[in-house]
Design a protein around this ligand. Structure first.
Ligand SMILES: [Zn+2]
Length: 467
């Protein structure tokens, strides 16, 4: 993990947030290459799940919503984690996490699965004599801590009102259900997709960009007609399960790096009847990457009943009116970036010739569509006669591909640098180019080089990058 974090900083993928002021706990900024990577992921996701499908529409709802939304959705009363605070240093911990850690460190302890139940957690902390891991102080009794991030609206102190930043993008899609039906005349089944930020006041964020308080989601609410039997929703659930696996492999994730976890009944979120977590083998352990949930009609029914708006769907053929049911595939953007980077990170031993010692080559083997830079133009020397040709070539390529231009240091070092950012093709302009109007194209993965006429270069790269 340390290797990826250091490469990401050095090469401009991800920087610690507010770094020159000492940072802000667990906030991260995406650098030039990280931004490209993120944009590529979001654009590909949108194309695949929205633009190319006739049964999907997009939405961009506001980050701040009426508090009544979160009361109806259950977030005000239910969206919390159990928290304990140290009496002495006032450091806060997730109560369930410290009990889990104790059980892991003391494997002989006989114990049932750790639950979020406050009474049970309190009993465990007391009977296991668990103290503050920072100062050894006594821990207070656990309390539920709401994870929604609060802010206030309004200019004057007496007229402000507390509002929450959305903890998920989903509710924006439910509260706009009627607007979307009325304006698009979509028939079931159809889905609403949204990409946007969400905020959670996590007690213990961590593991790099895996758990942060501010994050971006790519989410779909897929509405289906009233299931007459379980098989009706199970069929759609299964379709989305497959879609999600295909997306993961498109992202460059190998099938054996992903594991499905059928979330046990007692751990299901308050709205869900079935949830699958897609877990990925991150360097820090097997953790949730994406989720797929059957939310029943919980959300539309709640919002319909609590707002008084008619959120039922009317089937014009049968005249039936009902709340549609919902299958929800959720994809985290930052987790997609992190999994794609972990899967792409490769170390290879290469020896250029018998005399040279073998060295380690670090390559980010991103799929071409995902690579933040597609082509790098590298003149063999900084001499004007070469760099003028190379610069012109780079400008021309830039009209079609994200193109990097680099003339500093040795050609070997420049290749290594492009390998580390995952650039699929390097184009070298040498002195022969001035006579034969051709360049050398080097493939990132095979390191094989090919001589290509400058006039054919765009076509050649387009075909290669589309493979
Ligand atoms: Zn303490």
């Amino acid at each position: 993990m340390e290797k990826i974090i250091s490469l990401a900083k050095q090469r401009g993928f991800i920087f610690p947030g507010s770094e020159i002021y000492g940072g802000l706990q667990n906030a991260w900024d995406f650098g030039p290459l990280g931004t490209e990577l993120k944009n590529n992921i979001k654009a590909a996701w949108w194309k695949r799940f929205v633009s190319r499908r006739g049964d999907m529409v997009g939405l961009e709802a506001a980050l701040l919503m009426n508090t009544k939304v979160w009361e109806a959705s259950g977030h005000v009363s239910n969206f919390s984690d159990p928290l304990v605070e140290c009496e002495k240093c006032h450091h806060r911990f997730r109560a369930d996490h410290i009990v889990e850690k104790y059980l892991k460190d003391n494997p002989d302890t006989i114990h049932e699965a750790v639950s979020a139940d406050l009474v049970k957690l309190s009993r465990d902390i007391e009977s296991f004599h668990i103290n503050c891991s920072d100062c050894g102080g006594k821990l207070m009794s656990p309390q539920q801590f709401n994870l929604m991030l609060k802010t206030s609206l309004g200019a004057t102190a007496d007229k402000t009102s507390d509002v929450y930043f959305r903890p998920e993008t989903a509710q924006g899609m439910f509260v706009n259900f009627k607007n979307i039906i009325d304006s698009t005349r979509k028939k079931l089944p159809f889905g609403i997709a949204q990409i946007g930020k969400a905020f959670r006041n996590e007690i213990t964020p961590g593991n790099y960009i895996f758990r942060t308080r501010e994050f971006e989601q790519m989410e779909i609410e897929y509405f289906i007609s009233l299931p007459k039997k379980d098989a009706d929703w199970e069929r759609v659930f299964e379709e989305w399960r497959k879609e999600m696996h295909e997306w993961m492999s498109y992202l460059g994730i190998k099938p054996d790096e992903v594991h499905e976890l059928d979330v046990p009944k007692e751990d299901l979120a308050h709205y869900s009847k079935k949830t699958i977590d897609f877990e990925y083998d991150f360097p820090f352990g097997r953790k949730e990457l994406y989720g797929l949930a059957y939310r029943t009609d919980f959300d539309l029914r709640n919002h319909g009943e609590k707002s008084g708006a008619n959120l039922k769907y009317k089937d014009n053929e049968t005249g039936e009116e009902y709340y549609p049911h919902v299958i929800e595939p959720t994809f985290g953007v930052e987790r997609s970036v992190l999994a794609a980077m972990c899967s792409a990170y490769t170390e290879e031993t290469v020896g250029n010739s018998d005399e040279e010692e073998s060295e380690t080559r670090i390559v980010m083997k991103f799929p071409s569509w995902l690579a933040p830079v597609k082509v790098a133009v590298l003149p063999l020397s900084k001499k004007d006669e070469l760099s003028s040709v190379a610069r012109k070539l780079a400008d021309d390529l830039r009209t079609e591909f994200t193109t990097d231009y680099d003339e500093t240091q040795s050609i070997g070092k420049r290749y290594r640098r492009q390998d580390e950012i995952g650039t699929p093709y390097c184009v070298t302009v040498d002195f022969d180019s001035l006579n034969d109007n051709a360049v050398t194209v080097r493939d990132r993965d095979t390191m094989k080089q090919e001589r290509i006429a400058i006039s054919d270069l765009k076509k050649y790269l387009s075909e290669k990058l589309a493979e």
